[in-house]
Design a protein around this ligand. Structure first.
Ligand SMILES: Nc1ncnc2c1ncn2[C@@H]1O[C@H](COP(=O)(O)OP(=O)(O)O)[C@@H](O)[C@H]1O
Ligand SMILES: [Mg+2]
Length: 516
């Protein structure tokens, strides 16, 4: 009788249960894996064979056995080395060399030739699935157990007891399943989880630039996208890197979401199973569309997904390839990216705050009072062309970052800046949370045009101001909506129910560059 062992496939960020069926009959010696295995799955045969031999049991090659392994569902492509363990276990059961109950258990793990288990990618995604399916146990390499056991911390009602068993080698798996040894399920010590990861740059460290810091505060509060323009060395990169330090902390659910992404990408630091800080990603401007957006075969999350719930920083913004910039439109609008993969659509989350930085021209000194620009007019025009158009329409805040004078640069730090700004951001987020109760919207930046009337009322004096700007052509229709959303955030920062005239005029200030 064929044996049946459960395993999993990671598709995009989510996992699916895979049944590993093994049939062993007498006949011409053969060992075959079917069910759309890729090369790495094919090679499981060699690893499984050697690992079993090392236990002094018979490998599929050592008897006149005809071994057939079927990975079901058969029409889904299987990739990776994680099927080594379930294939080994399934074969040992089907060839009657071991006897135990494998139902309700899910197996994943890569085997070394000596039977040791090597870590795999995506273990959190797999354990979340196993738990959701009501399975009792996940048996996996010990190195992955901490990460997988995060799923246990996720609270859901009516879920059965679920445990993660971390094992070192194939022998341990068999001894454990045969009841010869006991292995305590992995229990995550919550105390060892880092409270809040230190951010790369603390805003305290940045001298002067009050205007830019204010813009960062607004961006952090309302989730608004930001473009900074200024000469080289004025501190644009530094400012962008400081944004995560003032963003609100991740909730546990958000942490799990982000951790899952990094786990699938194989980017999870070993000593930190849980990512509980906001990601900051800054892909180089030569990055390909696949690297930024995601995709490929098998599909991998791109930079925009790695920046989910955090910051995507595009430095030297106009230097990015046009296709890359174009494909940012969907995620900026919807918070997800859809990738076509072998006739199927695959969605991955990509809700990030975009921070873009640019020099005013290729040499960096156009319009600079201190230093002469050496670019030709057509060079400047070419460069700035990318700073208009559909992508720019999705940016709410435009600011100039001038070079600092010595006096400021050498001056004292503003020590309380981080604490003060974080407090304001928390106030603003609190107001938004109350405003959007029962809705999918989280921040003001996500307010739809149809909701603007409801959430962004202004008084008659403010209406007159807006009318002047729109009628004189200084503010476009789209700019008008963006200004109202930013004004809503500024009012929230002020803990004000209504958008006042001063809130609106400040919001307009961050808009004008793009309109002229
Ligand atoms: N406001 C500032 N406060 C402290 N250091 C600064 C400031 N602005 C610039 N610097 C210093 O100058 C360096 C270059 O800044 P950077 O952010 O890379 O400039 P840009 O990205 O605009 O070219 C920073 O690493 C930092 O040491
Ligand atoms: Mg820079």
């Amino acid at each position: 009788m064929p044996s049946k062992v459960l395993s999993a496939a990671v598709i995009g960020l989510d996992s699916q249960i895979i049944e590993v069926e093994t049939d062993v009959s007498f006949g011409l010696r053969s060992f075959e894996i079917v069910g759309l295995p890729d090369k790495s799955v094919e090679e499981a045969k060699e690893r499984v064979g050697a690992a079993i031999k090392s236990l002094k049991l018979f490998s599929p090659y050592q008897r006149p056995w005809k071994v057939l392994v079927n990975l079901a569902p058969a029409d889904l492509k299987k990739e990776g080395s994680l099927y080594d363990l379930p294939i080994a276990v399934g074969f040992l059961i089907a060839s009657k060399q071991v006897e135990f109950d494998s139902t309700n258990k899910l197996f994943v793990g890569e085997l070394a030739l000596n039977g040791q288990l090597r870590p795999i990618k995506g273990s959190l995604s797999i354990s979340l699935k196993a738990k959701k399916e009501g399975l009792a146990e996940l048996i996996m390499p010990k190195a992955n157990a901490a990460e997988a056991s995060l799923a246990i911390l996720e609270t859901r009602q009516n879920e059965k007891q679920f445990k993660v068993v971390g094992v070192e080698n194939l022998k341990q798996v068999i001894d454990y399943l045969e009841g010869k040894i006991s292995i305590a399920p992995f229990v995550l010590n919550q105390e060892t989880l880092p409270e809040n990861f230190p951010q790369p740059v603390d805003i305290n460290y940045i001298k002067g630039q009050e205007y830019a810091k204010r813009a960062l505060e607004i961006a952090a509060s309302g989730g608004h996208n930001l473009l900074m323009e200024g000469p080289p060395g004025s501190g644009k990169t530094l400012l962008a890197k400081a944004l995560p330090s003032i963003l609100p902390p991740l909730t546990f659910e958000e942490s799990l979401e982000v951790t899952k992404i990094y786990s699938v990408s194989g980017l999870l630091p070993k000593e930190k199973p849980l990512i509980n800080f906001r990601p900051f990603r800054s892909p180089h401007h030569t990055s390909s569309e696949v690297a930024v957006i995601g995709g490929g075969n098998p599909p991998r999350p791109g930079e925009i997904t790695l920046a989910h719930r955090g910051v995507l920083f595009l430095d030297e913004f106009p230097e990015f390839h046009r296709d890359v910039l174009e494909s940012l439109r969907q995620p900026l609008e919807e918070g997800v990216i859809t990738i076509l993969r072998a006739k199927n659509y695959l969605s991955m989350p990509a809700r990030f705050t975009l921070v873009a930085a640019t020099n005013p021209c290729p040499c960096g000194y156009y319009g600079n009072p201190e230093r002469k620009c050496i670019c030709t007019n057509s060079q400047i025009r070419m460069y700035r062309r990318k700073l208009s158009g559909p992508l720019m329409d999705r940016i709410d805040l435009f600011i100039n970052v001038p070079a600092l004078k010595y006096e400021k640069l050498a001056g004292p730090d503003e020590e309380e800046a981080t604490i003060r700004i974080r407090k304001n951001v928390a106030t603003a987020r609190q107001r938004q949370q109350e405003r959007f109760i029962g809705e999918k919207t989280l921040t003001n930046a996500e307010i739809a045009v149809s909701q603007i009337k409801k959430y962004c009322q202004v008084d008659s004096k403010s209406q007159t101001l807006l009318r002047n700007y729109v009628d004189s052509g200084k503010l476009s229709g789209r700019g008008y909506h963006r200004v109202l959303k930013v004004a809503r955030t500024i009012a929230d920062l002020d803990d004000s129910e209504n958008i006042r005239y001063d809130h609106l005029s400040e919001a307009i200030m961050y808009r004008l560059r793009n309109e002229t």
